[in-house]
Design a protein around this ligand. Structure first.
Ligand code: ADP
Ligand code: MG
Length: 682
């Protein structure tokens, strides 16, 4: 018997060349192969008679060959083989293109099983390239349910299927991780049956049941993992904060906090007094003032003798948080530090030493904070900003650097409840449902290319009034045949031909960290009038003097992303604008973009986005902190998600500390999954 961890080359017919093709599908081991699930099925069990064949609906039928197949060589590369078949209800002409060899296997006077669809646009029946088998041959491509797999170049569905079938014969099924009692309660197939039936269902019901189990399993593993994380933290105790007097902090603020900010800070202080680590998500729309909530929490932690680590998803954002928090907190006696990946090794090790020696209190950084070399002296509070850009793994890795630190995660993406449960199922939620006073809605417009002169005039007008503008492009560099606006070339065009008298700056993700920082801070200081950028400025960037956001080829972005980008303007009382341009004429696309122009409600936009694009693309690829589910879809399987969550609660209660084989296997799966969730950041 082979093992699941064996490479697929142990299978017959899989040599190094084939293995390479499989690798393109992320299939390396037998387990990967068995976990390569069909994306659908063709039910080739349904038999009809020839008179019942429906145009374009493929079906099986049994028929006799009425003449000898004839092949006509039309031209180089085109052979057409014709043959007539019949049953007691009628006749049918079959046409095969470039299938001379196989079609000529049909023998006059013999019966075969065919599978195909008649085309509707001929007078009389005609069928092109049906598959067929002799009734005496094993059922391979007819008389069965045929799984349809995701494929890659060089691998056909039947080759893939045969390879999987071979694997199913020689190796054990993945181990059961759901205890029988839970399977029974939620009507879930055992692993062994499900993994087999997903590839070899006898009926469509079996296929459905297998799929249900596998979807359930994926959600179950993820939510059991989150529950374990939470349970582990709940068990821990930490010191109760004695000093929760924030009057010094409040006194230093240049503005009064909003009611929502005060309320959420109150919830955090309550958590600090509880004696168990806080696990709190602060969700608030763009511009709702999450940074100040983080600052208040951090102030309190430092005043109680702890260090604070604030992790931001981009260098620009980390730098900007450092600027504003350093300015606010240093006068209050708090030592603020910055640690990012683009600092020189010497700078980094200097800051790391200060962190380790307890010479810094409030450390802001990128994922450099999570790296092994970063050691805290007394980490008491972990904050992640724009949490949806991180994987759960990163969140827990930073927490692991403290004894039992409090955890505060912040997100601007107002995600629908079901999804929030999955992403943040282990967290308490606070909502900042109020914007600071004086904010106005950003007037938004959707325009076509004919508006270019007006857009340019408008940019000029904003600059003349002393304001600044962003221009966001979907690409960095122009490539051949690409019609999208690319930031690099567009910045040149604007500088050289449109606005030679203005200062145009360029910012994109391929620039070096230090360079990005320079450009960004120069723009923040007002040293450039127009910043042409990619979506690197999507999250968090705060330049209040900017009043115009132009988004080129806006149809290339998700709605939530556009909303985030738009949130870069309208940050002070000056009237602000957002202009979306597009060449796209697709009615749905236009409707989507127009909808965005009409509303400024981030939650409504997120719902719409989720509906339109599905959660895979919802946050942009790989940025959700969610694992890539293999079978489960967050768009359609939300019911299963809530049962799986319920089941994982049951599991924790009964098996949370059990050593039974299922429980150990589940823990192992959870570890593997969470490691996969440690995405690299952009
Ligand atoms: P976000 O929630 O998007 O992270 P920020 O924390 O960046 O929002 O805050 C947006 C802007 O609003 C910043 O310039 C910040 O200084 C300002 N701000 C935050 N709270 C208030 C307040 N209560 N009153 C006025 N301005 C505020
Ligand atoms: Mg922010």
């Amino acid at each position: 018997m082979a093992r699941l961890s064996d490479p697929i080359t142990v299978l017959k017919g899989v040599g190094p060349a084939k293995a390479k093709q499989f690798a393109a599908l992320n299939i390396v081991t037998l387990e990967d192969l068995i976990c390569h699930f069909p994306r659908g099925y063709e039910d080739r069990n349904q038999f009809v008679t020839i008179d019942k064949l429906q145009p374009d609906v493929p079906a099986c039928f049994k028929a006799m060959v009425m003449n000898t197949p004839r092949t006509a060589h039309i031209r180089k590369g085109l052979d057409i083989t014709k043959v007539q078949v019949a049953d007691h209800t009628g006749r049918l002409n079959l046409t095969f293109f470039n299938a001379k060899y196989s079609a000529e296997q049909l023998h006059y006077g013999e019966e075969y099983i065919f599978y195909g669809a008649v085309s509707g646009d001929f007078i009389g029946y005609n069928m092109t390239n049906p598959v067929f088998e002799s009734p005496d041959a094993p059922a391979v491509s007819t008389r069965r349910i045929l799984p349809i797999y995701p494929l890659t170049a060089g691998l056909t569905n039947s080759a893939l299927w045969k390879t999987i079938r071979q694997a199913l014969e020689i190796c054990p099924m993945p181990q059961e991780i759901i205890p029988e009692e839970i399977r029974r309660k939620y009507d879930i197939l055992p692993a062994e049956k499900a993994y087999f039936a997903i590839h070899e269902p006898q009926t469509m019901q079996q296929a459905q049941a297998a799929k249900k189990r596998l979807i359930f399993e994926e959600f179950f593993v993820f939510s059991a993992g989150l529950s374990l994380m939470r349970a582990a933290r709940a068990e821990k105790s930490c010191e109760i904060y004695q000093n929760v007097d924030l009057s010094g902090f409040y006194g230093a603020l240049p503005f009064q906090l909003t009611g929502a900010q005060t309320k959420v800070i109150g919830q955090i202080l309550e958590d600090f007094r509880r004696g168990t680590p806080m696990n709190r998500l602060v969700q608030g729309d763009v511009g709702s003032g999450k940074t100040m909530v983080a600052a208040a929490a951090g102030y309190c932690a430092v005043k109680n003798g702890y260090q604070v680590g604030l992790m931001a998803p981009t260098e620009i954002l980390a730098e900007q948080h450092f600027q504003s928090l350093d300015g606010l907190l240093t006068p209050l006696g708090i030592r603020v530090g910055l640690l990012t990946g683009s600092m020189t090794p010497k700078q980094k090790s200097g800051v790391r030493k200060q962190i380790e020696d307890g010479e810094l209190d409030f450390i802001i950084g990128t994922h450099a904070l999570v790296s092994d070399q970063t050691k805290f002296c007394k980490l008491g509070l972990v904050i992640t900003d724009e949490q949806h850009r991180f994987g759960v793994g990163q969140r827990s890795a930073l927490s692991a650097k403290g004894e039992a630190p409090h955890l505060l995660v912040m997100s601007a993406t107002p995600i629908p409840r079901t999804l929030a449960l999955l992403l943040y199922g282990d967290l308490d939620v606070s909502i900042l449902d109020e914007l600071p006073p004086g904010r106005q809605t950003v007037d938004s417009f959707l325009v076509g290319e004919s508006y270019r002169p007006r857009i340019n005039a408008f940019i000029r007008k904003q600059v003349a009034e002393g304001h600044q503008c962003y221009v966001v492009c979907p690409a960095v560099e122009q490539t051949d045949g690409m019609s999208l606006k690319a930031a690099t070339q567009w910045a040149q065009t604007l500088q050289n031909t449109v606005f030679p008298d203005l200062k145009i700056a360029l910012l994109h993700g391929q620039m070096k960290g230090a360079e990005k920082e320079q450009v960004m801070s120069a723009f923040a200081r007002g040293e450039a009038d127009v910043l042409v950028a990619t979506t690197v400025i999507e999250v968090g960037v705060d330049v209040p003097n900017a009043t115009l956001m132009v988004i080129e080829d806006a149809d290339r972005f998700g709605l939530s992303q556009l909303h985030q980008l738009r949130g870069r303007v309208g940050r002070e009382s000056a009237k602000s604008y957002c202009i979306l341009t597009t060449h796209n004429r697709n009615e749905q696309t236009i409707a989507r973009l127009k909808a965005l122009c009409k509303t400024s409600d981030g939650f409504a936009i997120a719902q719409e986005d989720l509906k339109l694009r599905g959660p895979g693309d919802f946050f942009g690829s790989r940025q959700s902190g969610l694992p890539a589910f293999r079978v489960a879809s967050l768009g359609t399987d939300l019911d299963t998600l809530s049962t799986a969550q319920q089941a994982s609660k049951d599991w924790i209660e009964t098996y949370g500390t059990s050593d039974c084989p299922e429980a150990s296997a589940l823990r192992q799966r959870i570890r593997a999954l969470f490691e996969r969730c440690m995405y690299t950041m952009n």
